[in-house]
Write a protein that binds this ligand. Sequence first.
Ligand code: ATP
Ligand code: PH2
Length: 160
Amino acid sequence: MTRAVLSIGSNMGDRLAHLRSAVAGFAPELVAVSPVYETAPWGVTDQDDFLNAVLIVEGPPGPWDWLRRGQELENASGRVRTLRWGPRTLDVDVVSVDDVRSDDPSLLLPHPGAHERATVLVPWLDVDPDAVLPGHGRVADLVAALDLTGVERRDDLSLS
Ligand SMILES: Nc1ncnc2c1ncn2[C@@H]1O[C@H](COP(=O)(O)OP(=O)(O)OP(=O)(O)O)[C@@H](O)[C@H]1O
Ligand SMILES: Nc1nc2c(c(=O)[nH]1)N=C(CO)CN2
């Protein structure tokens, strides 16, 4: 059994439907679904706003299975890979899997950007106030140190 934290995001097409497709894809192992956040783009800032959320899943799949499942859902959403950090129908990042550390470039664990991304940490904190990001400490402390400008909770949108 493993427990994984997955960050999902979309800024193309029917963003909510893309996030819902990820929820449906992980339904058998779903433990928690965060609120939805509307977030200003980071990285490449000249693109549309994202919807972001976090899923917590638990079950027999291992780290590589979570990654593969996420990539299958990205592909099913019609995602086309062009620009790094560019627009996408669906992005599924594996943030952490238990305390697993991996330096394989195809599956870096914990995800190397997670500790500084409000788009990951804020929804994660909503569903797990005691969350710890391996190597970086308590998510509550990481969030407290972040600028949360451009991260707006959308209580009118629901994934569960
Ligand atoms: N923890 C991880 N979760 C998801 N993909 C990962 C992870 N670690 C490495 N990768 C690899 O990252 C590659 C590129 O992923 P992707 O195009 O989604 O990156 P990105 O979302 O643009 O940027 P970032 O990884 O900084 O969020 C994939 O081929 C995947 O194998
Ligand atoms: N707000 C926001 N910006 C992004 C996001 C994202 O999920 N949310 N993902 C990116 C590439 O992974 C690039 N920029």
